[in-house]
Design a protein around this ligand. Structure first.
Ligand code: TXA
Ligand code: MG
Length: 361
């Protein structure tokens, strides 16, 4: 295969495109980079991806090298039409078709038996493949123009928060990418939901952009067993490593229903500690207005918090805080994915705050 993309550091092409109607010339440059074995960072509705031709083992290898990602952590293949599914997956069950019809394009990744022709490094040697059809005009146009499925993890360095803006990609991977398609911030801001259809009953491996409740309408017995592993433990499924999506700062996650008790517990952590940052919903943030601490507001609900969460972690890291305090959200809808990312950032530990004696006011 031709290797006409030779690139030295600093030669990345950063191309701004309209998120809804990307210019054909921009897509063409990026598609040519994919076809010649290069790396293209591109937006999806969830987070930015670091893409390469999924059929090309050398190009796939570049992704692992660029991210410093363990070779044991398989990638997601991105497609732009349901027909492409049959090229890369084997024996997709009727349930897969049903899920595709309902949720694609969208933030749902399916794990299916893989085609034997795919390079082994794409799936980390597994005989299963993760695949999704992103709901973003730029991603769709790129996959279409490249004419191949695009392997893409989130375009961050391994264990850093996923990128929701082109700037995040530049911060982590500027020297590694051939073309960056910059279409502004991503809409959902958390990664796709991953469902394994090779398990019986099907299993939710990662909560994400498509809520568990919506999936259970189609798969009533969908299993979900959140597990948070410490570094040495063997993962039952790849990608369930504990240290993921993390800011550099230590994160403490508080859970409880009594606002006053939560605020008191947080204030106790803040006292005497000048390098604390808060990551809170608007209502909770207001309770700390009198303090001189860095606050990242996550908005009024899970839909507003999701696209702000990873940017908030990066902003607090950038501000040099050593400790981040956050509150565990409600697990409904997108809240489950938020809760999952926060718990991973907190390395699996929750601080349960009991109601103050006499109950909440
Ligand atoms: O929203 C998303 O899913 C984004 C955008 C770019 O599409 N991608 C993303 O990729 O989050 P990544 O690589 O950061 O996360 C993919 C997860 C990993 O945890 C990986 O272990 C899991 O998918 N995965 C991939 N193939 C798998 C397989 N065959 N079985 C189980 N898990 C798999
Ligand atoms: Mg990732």
């Amino acid at each position: 295969m031709a290797r006409d993309i030779t690139r030295n550091a600093g030669e990345m092409q950063h191309i701004r495109v309209s998120p809804a109607q990307p210019a054909a010339a921009a897509i063409d440059i990026a598609a040519r980079a994919i076809k010649s074995g290069g790396l293209v960072a591109f937006p999806t509705e969830t987070v930015y991806g670091l893409g390469a031709n999924a059929w090309d083992a050398d190009a796939v290898h570049k992704i692992f090298r660029a991210k410093a990602r363990p070779a044991t952590d398989p990638l997601i293949a991105h497609i732009c039409s349901a027909d492409q599914l049959d090229d890369i997956a084997r024996d997709a069950p009727d349930l897969a078709r049903e899920l595709c019809r309902r949720f694609w394009p969208g933030a749902l990744t399916l794990v299916l038996p893989k085609s034997a022709q795919l390079p082994a490094n794409l799936t980390a040697g597994l005989d299963t493949l993760a695949v999704r059809m992103p709901d973003h005009a730029v991603a769709a146009a790129l996959i279409e123009a490249a004419g191949v499925p695009i392997a893409a993890p989130s375009a961050n360095r391994f264990s850093r928060p996923s990128p929701t803006t082109a700037q995040h990609v530049l911060d982590d991977l500027a020297d590694e990418v051939d073309v960056l398609l910059d279409a502004g911030p991503t809409a959902i801001g958390l990664e796709s939901t991953i469902v394994s259809l090779v398990d019986d009953p099907p299993q939710l491996l990662r909560p994400g952009g498509v809520p568990l409740e919506a999936l259970r309408q189609v798969i009533p017995d969908l299993r979900f067993e959140p597990r948070f592993l410490s570094d040495g433990e063997a993962a039952p499924a790849p990608g369930t490593l504990l240290k993921h999506y993390s800011p550099r700062a230590k994160l403490l996650l508080f859970q409880g229903s009594d606002d006053a008790a939560i605020y008191a517990a947080m204030r106790a952590e803040i006292e005497g500690n000048r390098r604390v940052g808060l990551m809170l919903g608007d209502a909770d943030a207001a309770a700390f207005a009198d303090l001189d601490v860095k606050v990242e507001r996550l908005g009024r609900n899970a839909e507003q918090a999701a696209p702000r969460l990873f940017a908030a972690m990066r902003a607090l890291d950038g501000a040099g805080v050593g400790l981040i305090l956050a509150r565990a959200p409600d697990k409904q809808g997108l809240g489950l994915a938020l809760w999952d990312r926060l718990l991973r950032a907190a390395e699996g530990s929750l601080i349960e705050v009991q109601p103050a004696r006499g109950g909440s006011r």
